[in-house]
Design a protein around this ligand. Structure first.
Ligand code: FAD
Length: 542
C-alpha cells in the first residue's frame, strides 16, 4: 500500500512491480492526478509546457503497463499501525483498507505564514496541476500585476513564468537575496538577472498583509510599502504533509517523518520517503527534510527493494541536495554545504571564488561561470559548490556533486580527466581550476582575503590594485594603489615603500592577476594576500 502517487510513491510502486509480479500494489492519492510533473508546473504557467504534457501517466496507463491499482481522490485520513489499516475518505464516504507493508510518500504542503488576507482567491500556491491551471487562467484572463511571496526555487520559476507572459512581477523575500541557499555574492547576480527580466526584487522585507479589493489585492510589506496584485503566488517554503502520520504515533521531527537508513519509520511495517521525511546532510550531518524530486524518486526505488528483497537492498544515501534553476538567461545551481551550513556545523573550511569561461575564451560564445567552492581545511575534501552563469553551470555542479559523493579532495579535482574540445570546455576545465585554486590555498601557495575583510584591509593594509589603468579608472577602492601586474616586478620598490611595513592586500578583476602578483610579493618577503574572486566577487558581495 502506497500513500502518495507522485514523486517517491510512484517510483516505489513501479520498482515494486518490476521486482514482484505477485504483489498487490495499491497507490492512494488524495489529488485529482497522479504521477504528474510537479517540476513542470511553472513552465505551464509560462506557456512553455501544455497541461497534457504535465500528466506523465494516468491510472489507466499505470494499470496497463505495471498492473498498479492507482486510486486518485483517495484521501488517507487515518492510520492504525497496530491493526495495519488505513482509513480512506472518498467522494462516497470512508472505508478502511488493510495493508501488509505501507510506504508513505505524502510530500509537502506550501507553508502558509500567519499573514492576514492569504485566504484571498487571488492568492495561489503552486503545488498541483490545478494550481498551475488556475495561475495560467489568471494570465489568460488578463492579470497584469503579480506578487510572488518567496524567492526560493519555486518562487523564482513562478516569477519568471509570469514575467514572460507580460505581467508586472514583484518578488518579495525576507532573506537578503533571492535563492537564500546560494552564497550572497551569487544571489546578487540572480537579483540582477531578475531585474533584467523586468521583475521588481524586494529582499530583506516580509509581507505583512494582503488586503482584498474589488478588482485587485494589495500586498502590504513590513517597510510600509504596498504593492497592487491581480494574482499573488505564495511560495515561502514547504512543510511535510504529515498530520495523519503524526496522529498515528509515528515518530516525526519538526513535522518530518523520522526514518532509518532503510527508510523504516518508528512503526513496524511502515516505510517513508520523499519531502515528508528527515534526511541527513552528507556533509554536515544536519537533519532536515530535502524537498527535491531526485532524492524522492531514488529513495522510492530503494525502499521498494527494502520491502521486497531486503537481504540485498542498499541503504538510503545521505543528502547533498543538489539543485538547479533557470532564471532568465542564467542558471543557478548548488550542491553540498554552503558557507552558512558549514559555519553552523563548525566545519573549518576554505572558500575559493573563480570566474572562468565555460569553454576556452577564444572560442566564440564563451560565457563566464561564477563559481564558489568550499573545501575542508583539514584534508581538502570538497564540501560544497555553487555556480551561476549563462552556460555550462549544470555540468560543473553535477561533476562537483559527484566529487563530493565520492569524497574527493581539491587534488582529486585537479586530476579529473574531463572532456575537452573548444566548444565544450578547456584543457583546464573550471572544475580542474577550482581544484587548483583550492589546492594552492590549502598548501599555502595562495593566500586569500575576502570581501568581508575589505574595511579592515583599507584601514590597516596597502590595498594594491593590479588591474590595467583603464579598469582602475572605471572604479576602484578608495586609497588603493594602482600597479598593473605586468609592471609589478619593475615597481616592487614603490610597493614596498607604499606598504611601509603594512600588509599588502592585492586585488584584480577576477583573482587571476592578483594571484600572480601575490606570488611576486610573497617571494619578495611581503605579507601579501589576493582578493578571492577579485572585483567581480567584491562588487556582487557588497
Ligand atoms: P509529492 O510528489 O508531492 O507527492 C505526494 C503526494 O501525496 C501528493 O500527490 C499528495 O496529494 C499525496 N498525499 C499527501 N497526503 C496524502 C494523504 N493523506 N492521502 C492521500 N494522498 C496524500 N524538485 C526538483 O528536484 N527539481 C525541480 O525542478 C522541482 N521543481 C518543482 C516545482 C514545483 C512547482 C514544485 C511544487 C515542486 C518542485 N520540485 C522540484 C520538488 C519535487 O516535486 C518534490 O520534491 C517531489 O515531488 C517529492 O516527492 P514526494 O513523493 O515526496 O511528494
Amino acid at each position: 500500500m502506497i500513500v502518495g502517487g507522485v514523486g517517491g510513491g510512484m517510483s516505489a510502486a513501479a520498482r515494486a512491480r518490476r521486482l514482484s509480479e505477485d504483489a498487490e500494489i495499491v497507490v492512494l492519492d488524495r489529488g485529482e492526478h497522479v504521477s504528474f510533473a510537479g517540476c513542470g508546473l511553472p513552465y505551464h504557467v509560462g506557456g512553455e509546457v501544455p497541461e497534457d504534457d504535465l500528466l506523465v501517466q494516468t491510472p489507466a496507463s499505470l494499470q496497463a503497463s505495471l498492473a498498479l491499482d492507482v486510486r486518485p481522490r483517495h484521501d488517507v485520513v487515518g492510520l492504525d499501525p497496530a491493526t495495519r489499516t488505513l482509513t480512506v475518505r472518498t467522494a462516497s464516504g470512508e472505508e478502511r483498507i488493510a495493508y501488509d507493508a505501507l510506504l508513505l510518500s505524502p510530500g509537502a504542503r506550501a507553508v502558509r505564514p500567519p499573514v492576514p488576507g492569504l485566504d484571498s482567491p487571488r492568492v495561489r500556491t503552486l503545488r498541483t496541476v490545478a494550481d498551475a491551471t488556475a495561475l495560467r487562467s489568471a494570465v489568460d484572463a488578463g492579470a497584469r500585476r503579480a506578487v510572488v511571496l518567496g524567492a526560493g526555487f519555486i518562487g523564482l520559476e513562478a516569477a519568471e513564468a509570469l514575467a514572460s507572459q507580460g505581467l508586472d512581477v514583484t518578488v518579495v523575500e525576507t532573506a537578503g537575496h533571492p535563492l537564500p541557499p546560494l552564497e550572497p555574492e551569487l544571489g546578487a547576480l540572480v537579483a540582477d538577472e531578475l531585474r533584467r527580466l523586468g521583475v521588481t526584487v524586494r529582499t530583506g522585507v516580509a509581507a505583512t498583509a494582503v488586503a482584498h479589493g474589488a478588482d485587485h489585492d494589495v500586498v502590504a510589506l513590513a517597510d510600509g510599502t504596498r504593492v497592487d496584485a491581480d494574482v499573488v503566488v505564495l511560495a515561502v517554503g514547504v512543510r511535510p504533509d504529515t498530520d495523519v502520520v503524526a496522529a498515528a504515533g509515528i515518530r516525526v521531527e519538526r513535522g518530518a517523518i523520522v526514518v532509518d537508513e532503510r527508510g523504516r519509520t518508528s512503526a513496524e511495517g511502515i516505510w517513508a520517503v520523499g519531502d515528508a521525511t528527515v534526511a541527513t546532510d552528507a556533509v554536515t550531518g544536519e537533519r532536515r527534510p530535502v524537498a527535491l524530486a531526485g532524492p524522492a524518486a531514488r529513495a522510492g526505488r530503494l525502499v521498494a527493494d527494502q520491502i521486497l528483497r531486503p537481504a540485498t537492498a542498499r541503504p538510503l544515501p545521505t543528502a547533498l541536495a543538489t539543485a538547479v534553476v533557470r532564471v532568465g538567461d542564467l542558471t543557478a545551481a548548488t550542491t553540498g554545504a554552503n558557507r552558512a551550513a558549514l559555519t553552523r556545523a563548525g566545519v573549518d573550511h576554505r572558500t575559493v571564488h573563480l570566474h572562468p569561461a565555460h569553454h576556452v575564451g577564444w572560442f566564440p560564445g564563451a560565457e563566464q561561470i561564477h563559481l564558489v567552492v568550499h573545501v575542508a581545511a583539514a584534508d581538502g575534501r570538497v564540501l560544497g559548490a555553487q555556480a551561476v552563469g549563462r552556460a555550462g553551470v549544470d555540468k560543473r555542479i553535477d561533476v562537483l556533486a559527484t566529487a563530493i559523493r565520492a569524497g574527493f579532495t581539491a587534488d582529486d579535482l585537479v586530476d579529473l580527466d574531463l572532456a575537452y574540445a573548444p566548444p565544450f570546455g578547456a584543457a583546464k576545465d573550471p572544475v580542474n581550476l577550482a581544484g587548483m585554486v583550492a589546492a594552492n590555498v590549502l598548501d599555502g601557495t595562495l593566500r586569500l582575503w575576502y570581501p568581508e575583510d575589505v574595511d579592515d584591509a583599507l584601514a590597516t593594509a596597502l590595498v594594491l590594485d593590479v588591474r590595467s589603468g583603464a579598469e582602475f579608472a572605471a572604479g576602484h577602492l578608495p586609497g588603493s594603489l594602482l600597479v598593473p601586474h605586468t609592471e609589478l616586478r619593475d615597481r616592487l620598490d614603490e610597493v614596498v615603500a607604499a606598504a611601509a611595513g603594512r600588509p599588502v592586500r592585492v586585488l584584480c578583476g577576477s583573482g587571476v592577476r592578483s594571484h600572480i602578483a601575490h606570488r611576486v610579493l610573497e617571494q619578495a618577503g611581503l605579507d601579501s594576500a589576493s582578493l578571492s574572486g577579485g572585483m567581480l566577487t567584491l562588487r556582487a558581495a557588497l
